[in-house]
Write a new protein. Structure first.
Length: 71
């Protein structure tokens, strides 16, 4: 019985440690995923094409396939 309790506590501690690590990584990846806005000049300098999005303004379609909103 004592061995089960020790294993249960260690499993709970490992689970909590894993969740906090995933939470920290999730926050970092969310910050990295949100791309910054660029200007029209930066878009054309990077070889991008300015496109219009209905009800959302303008965006820059870059050659690598990504799009970023234009400020």
């Amino acid at each position: 019985m004592r061995m089960r309790r020790i294993l249960g506590l260690s499993l709970a501690a490992a689970t909590l440690a894993g969740m906090s690590a995933v939470g920290a990584v999730g926050a970092v990846s969310a910050a990295a995923a949100s791309s910054p806005n660029i200007t029209r000049d930066e878009c054309t300098a990077a070889g991008g094409q300015i496109t219009s999005r209905p009800y959302a303004g303008y965006s820059c379609a870059l050659p690598d396939g990504t799009t970023q909103p234009i400020t």
